[in-house]
Design a protein around this ligand. Structure first.
Ligand SMILES: Cc1ncc(C[n+]2csc(CCOP(=O)(O)OP(=O)(O)O)c2C)c(N)n1
Length: 408
């Protein structure tokens, strides 16, 4: 089976969002997906970030596929356990099986041995992809995903999804990869990928002039995170807000619960990835992320994805108290590293810092009406205020959020 044939098969079964990290065993599948006319491949920086992206896309009404090497299964364990499985967010995982049968480079042998066991331990149903039976296997995966509302995996053993003999002679691109997939898919070019996915015209690949409201290095926080959250929440309409785990969730809930709030209870570091996935598939509505500095630092690569994909509707607020407040106030690196400057370098259209209530309100007001992606570093004190745990179950958070996200 060629990568193009598998891509076409996935398409026929209704999948419409593709992301992941490459493995040579699925090289040709990814080439085909890069050419997808409606849902071009989104290159993720890590496999768990891809799982987060898929979660956001599913919450926005898509049917996602995450492609990863089985080494990435290790990287994704927490995202699968405390996001996909806990909230019951379906996705098809296409996991290449390096180390299959004990024959491979040394770094793949142990993971090769335990990959099916890991999936069993997680309770993720899986089958080994058989090229002769792939149609029925993808149909099985769809049935399982729908019945369980959870991820399902297809393991791809060597030789993987390779360029088929069926490819017409001369129809190959660089490194022998197909230049055109069945059905006439032609390479769209990476710059246009996000725009195609969103159903909009491409934005300029070079972001417009970026702004920074604070020039000096030392930002003196003036208000607590809770007060800053209250200011930001007051500016919101009915936009979805993805909350980082910990006290960002709890304080926001205490200020005002709303169905459009996705409270991330686990999966530290993935709020921005979930928000990015949602923003890409719901381009007509702003998507807001309330992040923490520790959370952001855990998945710094997601900033590069936001900068590269440049969704105009993405608004990223980071409540930076320079500590891991939710776990006792241990110092984080943001004391020395200006996260707004990192975001600006990564390609956000605007990146600014705010310390005062009126600056926070003005930044959000502007972000809601001007094209992004926007980054607002909100420097806050490390003061914690008592806030209850989120009382809703994860599936309840999922259901009311999905209903609360405006359909387009
Ligand atoms: C993978 C992982 N590692 C560690 C934790 C423990 N933990 C929960 S919240 C948190 C701190 C988050 O820090 P930050 O994003 O800065 O937010 P703050 O609590 O300061 O508002 C940590 C370390 C976790 N939940 N998951």
């Amino acid at each position: 089976m060629s990568g193009a044939e598998l891509a076409a098969l996935l398409d026929r079964h209704g999948f419409d969002f593709y992301t992941g990290v490459p493995c040579s065993l699925v090289e040709d599948l990814i080439v085909a997906l890069e050419c997808h006319p409606r849902a071009p491949w989104i290159p993720a920086v890590r496999e768990d970030v891809a799982v987060g992206l898929a979660a956001g896309a599913w919450l926005g009404g898509r049917r996602p596929v995450v492609v990863m090497q089985n080494s990435g299964l290790g990287t994704s364990l927490n995202a699968l356990a405390s996001l996909s499985l806990m909230y019951r967010l379906p996705a098809l995982l296409i996991v290449t099986w390096r180390g299959f049968g004990g024959h491979d480079a040394p770094e793949h042998l142990l993971m090769g041995e335990i990959s099916p066991v890991l999936l069993d331990l997680l309770g993720i149903p899986h089958q080994v992809l058989d090229h002769h039976d792939a149609d029925e296997q993808v149909a099985w995966a769809c049935r399982e995903m729908d019945a369980r509302e959870s991820p399902v995996a297809l393991l791809v053993p060597p030789p993987g999804v390779v360029a088929a003999e069926a490819e017409p002679a001369g129809a190959t691109g660089p490194r022998g990869t197909p230049a055109r997939a069945p059905g006439g898919w032609a390479p769209a070019g990476r710059a246009a990928a996000a725009a195609t996915l969103a159903g909009t015209s491409p934005v300029a690949s070079a972001p417009a002039a970026k702004t920074a409201s604070v020039a000096n290095d030392a930002l003196r926080p003036a208000i607590s995170r809770r007060d800053a959250l209250a200011v930001a929440i007051k500016e919101l309409g009915d936009e979805p807000v993805i909350h980082a785990n910990g006290y960002v969730c709890r304080e926001s809930f205490a200020i005002g619960d709303r169905p459009q709030n996705f409270y991330m209870i686990g999966s530290m570091g993935l709020a921005s990835a979930i928000g990015l996935g949602l923003a890409l598939v719901r381009p007509a509505q702003s998507c807001v992320v309330f992040d923490g500095d520790g959370n952001l630092l855990m998945s710094l690569g997601t900033l590069a994805m936001v900068g590269s994909l440049a969704p105009r509707n993405f608004i990223h607020l980071v409540f930076d108290n320079e500590v891991y407040g939710s776990t006792g106030g241990q110092r984080s690196l943001s004391r020395e590293v200006r996260l707004d400057r990192v975001a600006r370098s990564a390609g956000y259209r605007t990146a600014m810092a705010a310390t005062m209530p009126d600056e926070i309100a003005a930044a959000l007001r502007s972000a809601r009406v001007n094209p992004g992606p926007h980054f607002v570093l909100v420097k806050v004190t490390a003061t914690e205020s008592p806030a209850p745990r989120i009382p809703h179950t994860p599936p309840a958070i999922r259901d009311r959020f999905r209903q609360g996200v405006r359909t387009e």
